[in-house]
Ligand binder design. Structure first.
Ligand code: SF4
Ligand code: SF4
Length: 302
């Protein structure tokens, strides 16, 4: 199923230290509403069946997003909004927003929560939003962003104490978090396959990866093109037929790193996106991997 992360705007009302969507300087870029509506119709025509409104805080532009959600519903597209819940200051305010989004056909609300978000947004807002989703029959979950340090224990306990449905999500060390000190980790030898949903930025650049990959500026490996020059269908096809991307999807970055000569002892010390960055944001390594896509990499199978 074709899905996309839709970056209507990069603007946010808060400035989390770990934000992957933003570099050091603020970025307030935003799509025109008329253009976004055009794109949604084009996305529907390109058989896109899921849109996640993300990047920045989408609900700063509440009326626009509510309208876009309604348009998606009219075209049979599943929608998700990723939000920091700044708008849920009281149960009444939460109900006003959730009621409207539900009425316009929103499929799911994803609430961002972390020790960084909650420096600016009270935990009570998350509770208000959850309770409003339950009252209004809207599906939701909490995305608990963590660096897996002890500092996050209290945050996790809060979610457990209130019996909230949450899923831990690792900090991505890109954007503002690029300068964070890394906690040493050792994973077991996981495949690290990645589904790679595309990301559409407000300036109409489209990337094959909606996370750290849009920051691989040494090689621009995941940059598919810009919708001023290509159609959505063309860029989706480019993403789906790129054989090196398909190796990331099917064999995973761990085996690619092993093929590239990374020692197993070193591979287990990287997070998935960090390993991906080592492989694909280095012009020399990327050139080698591109040359080996249909040769050595293809036969590097169990
Ligand atoms: S992490 Fe989310 S809420 Fe925090 S600054 Fe970035 S976009 Fe805004
Ligand atoms: S592993 Fe690579 S492709 Fe997957 S989300 Fe991370 S940077 Fe993007």
């Amino acid at each position: 199923m074709r899905k996309i992360a839709f970056g209507y705007s990069k603007r946010c009302n808060i400035k989390c230290e770990h934000c992957v969507a933003a570099a050091a300087a603020p970025d307030n870029s935003k799509m025109e509403l008329a253009k976004a509506k055009e794109l949604i119709v084009e996305l529907a025509g390109a058989q896109v069946r899921g849109i996640s409104f993300t990047a920045g805080e989408p609900l700063i532009f509440f009326d626009d997003i509510a309208e876009l959600v309604g348009l998606c519903q009219a075209h049979g597209i599943y929608t998700r909004v990723v939000t920091n819940c700044f708008w849920a200051k009281t149960p009444v305010l939460a109900d006003t927003c959730i009621g409207q989004l539900k009425k316009n056909g929103l499929s799911q609300l994803r609430m961002s929560y972390s020790r960084w978000h909650q420096k600016s947004v009270p935990c009570q807002n998350i509770l208000n939003a959850v309770q409003s989703c339950e009252r209004n029959g809207l599906d939701y979950f909490i995305s608990f962003v963590t660096d897996f340090s002890e500092q996050d224990d209290a945050c996790e306990q809060y979610l457990r104490d209130h019996q909230l449905r949450f899923f831990p999500e690792p900090v991505i060390y890109a954007g503002r978090a690029g300068s964070f000190a890394r906690q040493p980790i050792s994973t077991d030898y996981q495949a690290n396959c990645c589904p790679m949903n595309p990301y559409l930025a407000p300036n109409l650049d489209m990337f094959a990866c909606c996370d750290a990959g849009s920051h691989f500026t040494n090689t621009n490996f995941f940059h598919l093109g810009n919708l001023k020059h290509s159609t959505i269908a063309e860029l989706f096809e480019k993403s789906e037929t790129n054989r090196l991307y398909n190796h990331i999807r099917t064999m995973g970055v761990t085996d690619i790193a092993s093929f590239a000569g990374f020692p197993a002892r070193e591979i287990i010390q990287y997070r998935k996106c960090e390993l991906c960055e080592k492989l694909f944001n280095s012009p020399e390594l990327l050139a080698m991997l591109q040359q080996e896509t249909d040769a050595g990499l293809n036969s590097w199978r169990r």
